[in-house]
Ligand binder design. Structure first.
Ligand SMILES: [Zn+2]
Ligand SMILES: [Zn+2]
Ligand SMILES: [Zn+2]
Length: 155
């Protein structure tokens, strides 16, 4: 189980369909997002995109403000999912095309390691809350926090 979702090409196609220009920095940011195995911050996506297309004469072709704006655009287009781990900044992963196969994350409070899991038990809880509250549950959000195996081992 990992955080992969829409492929690089699927995201680029959807952007083109909605009339967005595909520049080299945008392409590099999409590639970095699509290939990451855990949710990435914009700072990390920005660094990965620069590593991808930077040259000795222009090591930083992707502007950080551009990266923030573009990732925000991906989110509003439904191509990237924003996840808030309460770390002071958001993280992003590609949207999964099939919502029935959604997943959640467990996060290490000490080192920040993130692992996805997809055995989600929220349906039962939702049914109980619906019966009690009269609400219809449409979506849910769940992140677990703790100490990873490596951090637990340390004295
Ligand atoms: Zn994920
Ligand atoms: Zn840890
Ligand atoms: Zn769930």
């Amino acid at each position: 189980m990992n955080c992969t979702g829409l492929s690089q090409n699927a995201i680029l196609d959807r952007l083109k369909e909605s009339g967005c220009r595909i520049t080299a920095p945008r392409k590099a940011l999409v590639a970095s997002l699509a290939e990451s195995h855990t949710p990435q911050s914009v700072i990390e996506l920005h660094a990965a995109a620069n590593k991808r297309i930077g040259t000795p004469t222009d090591p930083e072709p992707v502007n950080l403000v551009t990266a923030y704006r573009f990732v925000n655009l991906l989110e509003t287009q439904g191509l990237a999912r924003r996840i808030d781990f309460a770390q002071g900044y958001a993280r992003y992963e590609p949207t999964h095309p099939d919502d029935a196969h959604h997943h959640h994350h467990i996060v290490c409070d000490q080192c920040g390691k993130v692992e996805p899991f997809d055995d989600c038990d929220v349906d039962e809880l939702s049914a109980r809350i619906e019966a009690r509250s009269g609400f219809v549950v449409m979506r849910h959000q769940l992140e677990l926090y703790g100490k990873c195996a490596d951090c637990s081992r340390e004295p």
